[in-house]
Design a protein around this ligand. Structure first.
Ligand code: AMP
Ligand code: GLY
Length: 423
């Protein structure tokens, strides 16, 4: 069969790497892909911001399955367009993806279905924010309602700061139209967990849990990023917790969406805070996480294409995934200045030596290839990933590989999975 993956980041490289192992796939495409992905799939040009461009690509390739990586094409309705034409596609419809593209919709949905989440207020003006703040204690979390590529959430230390951040969001200067509505939230404390499930609109099959590291600096300091690294182990979610999360969060979401007429198919990413009051939903993503997908797929033993097809065809079952009990980790190597402004086009050295470290796979997130050499082409450049029986070993191998890679301005966190290893 012919499979097309849409996207160009580390997540898509991991999807392509895993799909390529399937004996069922005769031709694998990725659009637009990147320098590293081009080693594993045929890369095709596309503008993922433009639905017509994606449909034209579908017309040209006629894939037996399309796997949508990032949220933007889902938000534009690529699944609706492909489904209408009878082209099998993995992911939620535009209406179902609203769980990600509108935080106010997600919060009200959670409340309607009595799924645990932080107390909140939805505000359409600075006056409404000031009034709502009287009901909150500092710190307060201020969120832009729409998609903001990880830049739409600020944890304000004081109510004054919360009001000024909200004003900045409303002005359009901070995150454009995504900030025309603002959600205030109670600030929760605890460990974060990325809990992903596969859904066919009715049934769900959980993936192994993972933890992202969103802040740019060691010890969770500095601004938020798209994710600087992630790890996955057996211990991150035990069987009892996994069942609880399936029955109290994932299933109620999928059943609630179906009851509301927006069947949720694809991967549902539940961003959770494990608080003293129990797990609470921080956010939903309507797609695989990046970089969580890299360590998650490194632990997947069964065929990914079978599982994705089960979602499209409406036959998901708990046994769709077979997982290794090994631990895995991904360390993101970023361009100097990221998540602020950064330069691209820096030559990357040491990739072969890094890839030769036992148990290591270097996923490309933002690279291009020219005359046999790789150059940086994005903020997050590489996802250096490793798998081993023990988390400690996997982390050691990932960092050993990172030390072999060099490019101007490179930076990465030195403490990915550090807290898990101290426990
Ligand atoms: P979100 O995009 O909603 O996941 O927010 C991005 C990050 O902000 C999360 O991964 C958390 O680290 C943090 N965050 C979001 N909501 C809250 C909350 N209610 N309490 C504490 N931290 C939060
Ligand atoms: N790693 C967080 C995300 O994919 O949104």
């Amino acid at each position: 069969m012919k499979v097309l993956v849409l996207g160009s980041g580390g997540r898509e490289h991991a999807l392509v790497w895993k799909l390529r192992k399937s004996l069922r796939i005769s031709k694998l495409y990725c659009a637009p892909g990147n320098g590293g992905i081009a080693e594993d799939a045929e890369c095709l040009a596309v503008d993922l911001k433009n639905l017509d461009s994606i449909v034209a690509l579908g017309e040209q390739v006629r894939p037996d399955l399309t796997v949508v990586g990032p949220e933007l094409p889902l938000t534009l309705g690529v699944v609706d367009e492909f489904t209408q034409r009878g082209w099998p596609v993995f992911g939620p419809s535009k209406a179902a993806a609203q769980l990600e593209w509108s935080k106010s919709f997600a919060k009200e949905f959670l409340q309607r279905h009595r799924i645990p989440t932080a107390a909140y207020a939805i505000c359409d003006s600075v006056e409404e924010v000031r009034e709502a703040l009287t009901h909150f204690h500092a710190p307060v979390v201020v969120k832009a309602d729409g998609l903001a590529a990880g830049k739409g959430v600020v944890i304000a230390a004081s109510k004054e700061e919360a009001a000024s951040v909200a004003a900045e969001m409303f002005s359009g200067k901070m995150v454009g139209g995504a900030g025309s509505r603002v959600v205030l939230e109670e600030c929760l404390k605890g460990d974060e967990l990325s809990f992903l499930v596969l859904s066919d609109g009715e049934r769900v099959a959980p993936l192994v849990g993972a933890q992202d590291h969103k802040r740019v600096g060691d010890g969770d300091t500095g601004p938020n990023t798209g994710g600087m690294g992630a790890y996955s182990t057996v211990d991150i979610v035990d069987d009892k917790m996994r069942d609880w999360l399936v029955h109290h969060i994932a299933k109620p979401v999928v059943e609630g969406m179906k009851a509301e007429g927006a069947e949720y198919k694809g991967v549902l990413y539940c961003g959770l805070m494990m608080t003293a009051r129990g797990p609470m939903v921080l956010e939903f993503n309507c797609r695989f996480g990046d970089p969580e997908t890299q360590p998650i797929l490194m632990r997947l033993e069964s065929d990914l294409v079978d599982a994705l097809e089960a979602s499209v065809a409406g036959r998901v079952s708990e046994g769709d995934f077979k997982w290794s009990t090994d631990a895995s980790v991904c360390v993101v190597m970023a361009s100097g200045g990221y998540p602020g402004t950064f330069e691209v086009g820096k030559k990357i050295a040491g990739l072969d030596e890094a890839g030769a470290v036992e148990g290591v796979k270097v996923f490309h997130a933002g690279t291009t290839k020219r005359d046999g050499a790789f150059y940086t082409a994005g903020g997050r450049v590489l996802g250096v990933s490793a798998r081993a029986v023990e988390l400690q070993t996997a982390v050691g191998r990932a960092y050993e590989a990172c030390e072999k890679i060099r490019f101007d301005g490179v930076h990465y966190r030195k403490d990915i999975a550090g807290r898990a290893m101290k426990k």
